[in-house]
Design a protein around this ligand. Structure first.
Ligand code: ZN
Length: 147
């Protein structure tokens, strides 16, 4: 019983680390922000920002590109009071999600490997503020990890 409780606490702690602060920031092969889209790192989304839109490419366990096929992505603005569903498009082999207004916001992404599969939820914290150390935008800053 005690070990069960401990493992639950460990899972909660992991969830918190991924949700807050920058220590969870990992970058992909194209310099984008990596999100976990599957169990055991079997699927990743690499998020890059371009022309007011997020481009989300799929990568497998070995960080190799995954072809976009039957996968489904839904996106919701992380505004707790007024969550808003965002229009997700598919273009050039990746998902395209409109960026929200503002310098800082959360977007909740739900990824399904197939339309009927269980969704995996990932949270993206966008922060356009510039890190003094690496001069990158905070949402792409790995400084906290290197400490
Ligand atoms: Zn930095």
């Amino acid at each position: 019983m005690k070990s069960n409780l401990l493992s639950i606490l460990a899972v909660l702690a992991l969830g918190l680390t991924a949700s807050f602060g920058h220590q969870g920031v990992e970058l992909g092969p194209n310099g984008g922000r990596l999100l976990d889209f599957g169990k055991d790192e079997s699927m990743h989304g690499e998020v890059t920002a371009k022309d007011g839109k997020f481009h989300i490419a799929l990568l497998d366990k070995a960080m190799k590109p995954v072809a976009l096929d039957a996968q489904v992505l839904t996106a919701t603005s992380g505004d707790r009071d007024k969550p808003e569903k965002l229009t997700v498009e598919k273009a050039d082999g990746h998902f395209v999600v409109p960026m929200l207004k503002g310098e800082e916001f959360w977007i909740i992404l739900q990824f399904k490997p197939t339309p009927t599969a269980k969704a995996v939820t990932a949270r993206l914290h966008y922060d356009a503020g510039i890190c003094e150390k690496c001069k990158k935008a905070e949402w792409l800053c790995e400084c906290a990890k290197k400490k």
